[in-house]
Structures are given as C-alpha cells and as structure tokens.
Design a protein around this ligand. Structure first.
Ligand code: NDP
Ligand code: 8X3
Length: 258
C-alpha cells in the first residue's frame, strides 16, 4: 500500500494539533505528500518536520483561517501552486467554545463554532473541489462528531454546527455522485486532544475533568480510522462512521472508574 501513496496529495485543515496532526503523521507513514493548514504556524512547522521524518516525501504548510473566505482562497491558491490534483481533503479544522446554555450564550463562541465547523467546511470544499473532481477516486473526509447526532445541554451551537457538517456531507455526497469523488464523515465521541482546553478557554483543570476516570479515544485512534476510510478501493465509500471509546455507550453514558 505504501508505495502507491507516494504519489498522493493530501490536504488536512487543522493540522497543528489533535486529530489533524495525528492524521498528518499517519498518512506520512504511508508515504503521502501533505499540504497542511491551520493558524499556528510554529505548530504546523513541527508537524511538517515530524511528517517528513515519518516518511512523507513532501510535507508543506501554510497559514489558514477557515473562518475567513480570503484566507481559504489564499490557501487554495497556494495548494494549486504545489499540486494539480488532490487525492484526499480532510476538513478537520473546528472545535467547540463554551458549554453555556443558550440563555447565557456568547456571540463570539457561537460565531467561532459556526464559522469553523460549518462555513469552514463549505469554503474549503468549494475552493479545492476542481482538484478533486479532476481526480476520480479522490475523497472528501469531513470530521463531524457524535454531537451532530445527539444533543446535550450547553451544546446548542456546537451540536447545531456538527449537525450542519453532517448535512453538508450528505448534500455533497448527492451532488458529487457520478464524479467518482467519495464523500465521507467520521464522527468521533470523547477523544483527548486540545479540544476541551479550547472549549474551556485554557482551563486545564476543567478540561481534565472531561476525561476523569475514563479511557477516551486518542488522536491516533481517530487518525487510524481516517486512514482506513481513505484507503478503501475507489468503488467503496464509507459514507458515515461513528467511533467512540468503549467506555462511552452514549453521549451521556460514560463509564468512569473510582
Ligand atoms: P484540537 O483543538 O486539538 O484541534 C483543532 C484544530 O483545528 C487545530 O489544529 C486548530 O488549529 C484548528 N482550527 C481551529 N480553528 C481554526 C480556524 N479558524 N482555521 C484553521 N484551523 C483552525 O481538537 P481536535 O483535534 O479534537 O479537533 C479536530 C476536529 O475534531 C474538530 O472539528 C472537532 O470539533 C472534532 N471533534 C473532536 C472531538 C474530541 O472529543 N476531541 C470529538 C468529535 C469531533 P489552530 O488553532 O492552529 O488554527
Ligand atoms: C466532541 C464530542 O461529546 O464533547 O465533538 O461534544 S462532545
């Protein structure tokens, strides 16, 4: 498998930490060429260096803010400067801010969640779609969440955003039927990354509590699932995949030790 991935180009948004960084390394180990985007360039540089050490013949990075159309367009233009086609687009950039009920919700938090998880996916997909449709067998892999399927108190905007991502995936799947482009969503449950640190604005104690006594997914677990989805034969599309820790039977049913 690894030799055939030497010629493949993979674009990952939100590659500076968590799932995106782990995916960069996992695809690097297959020998793929990487185009990585996020806002934190220092972190992207580290990921790109690690990816090259792990086997990627080419791991490039560029600043990207998916909440701004001009940034996405500049990024896409940079992508076109390096690759004439894409084999995989991973729309991963996003996250949650706050856990307030609607009554106390903050505009900035809502805007972050809807801009990144919803509009960011739309913008990036539109910007690079010609590089995918020109390449039947390519894949769009959106990172959703179980929060897009089941709601929880304090999650109105995040759950709405990830439900939006799910419906965007389903609409694209219909729109691209016949082009040979696969459209997939990978929807994880509880996974320990910087997700909770971002959600709770750097409050590390509160972030740790989310994973207290339980065994969450790791970023590497999620990256392995991405690799599996993207490496199916071209006629096989994994439309929707949910991945949860064994300790998480449902969004509220999390087994905790001690
Ligand atoms: P992290 O916080 O570790 O990673 C989030 C990534 O998104 C970072 O690389 C960050 O980069 C990037 N990002 C955030 N905002 C922007 C933006 N405006 N423009 C470009 N990049 C941006 O969390 P995860 O790895 O856990 O999250 C990845 C995805 O997985 C998210 O969509 C999240 O909603 C989803 N998810 C997470 C789960 C979890 O429990 N961890 C479960 C289910 C889904 P930077 O800050 O450098 O821009
Ligand atoms: C992240 C999972 O349950 O914290 O998407 O919303 S959850």
């Amino acid at each position: 498998m690894s030799s055939s991935w030497n010629d493949k180009w993979i674009l990952i948004t939100g590659a500076s930490s968590g799932f995106g960084a782990a995916a960069a390394l996992a695809f690097a180990r297959l020998g793929a060429r990487l185009l990585l985007g996020a806002r934190r360039l220092d972190r992207l540089q580290t990921v790109a260096e690690q990816a090259q050490a792990a086997g990627s013949p080419e791991a490039r990075f560029h600043e990207l803010d998916v909440s701004r159309t001009d940034s996405v367009e500049a990024f896409a233009s940079w992508v076109r400067g390096h690759a004439s086609r894409l084999d995989l687009l991973v729309n991963n950039a996003g996250g949650a801010k706050g856990l307030d009920p609607v009554a106390q919700g903050k505009d900035d938090d809502w805007e972050f969640m809807l801009q990144t998880n919803v509009l960011g996916v739309l913008r990036m997909t539109r910007a690079v779609l010609p590089l995918l449709t020109a390449n039947p067998g390519s894949t769009i892999l959106n990172i959703g969440s179980i929060a897009g399927r089941v709601v929880y108190e304090g999650g109105a905007a995040y759950c709405a955003a990830k439900a939006g991502e799910l419906q965007i995936t389903r609409a694209l799947r219909l729109e691209l039927c016949g082009t040979g482009v696969r459209v997939c969503t990978l929807d994880p449950g509880l996974a320990e990354t910087e997700f909770s640190l971002v959600r709770f604005q750097g409050d590390a104690d509160r972030a740790r509590q989310v994973y207290r006594g339980t065994v969450p997914l790791t970023a590497e677990d999620v990256a392995e699932a991405m690799v599996w989805m993207a490496t199916r034969p071209p006629h096989v599309c994994i439309d929707e995949l949910i991945i949860k820790p064994t300790d998480q039977a449902a969004i509220y049913k999390v087994f905790r030790r001690g």
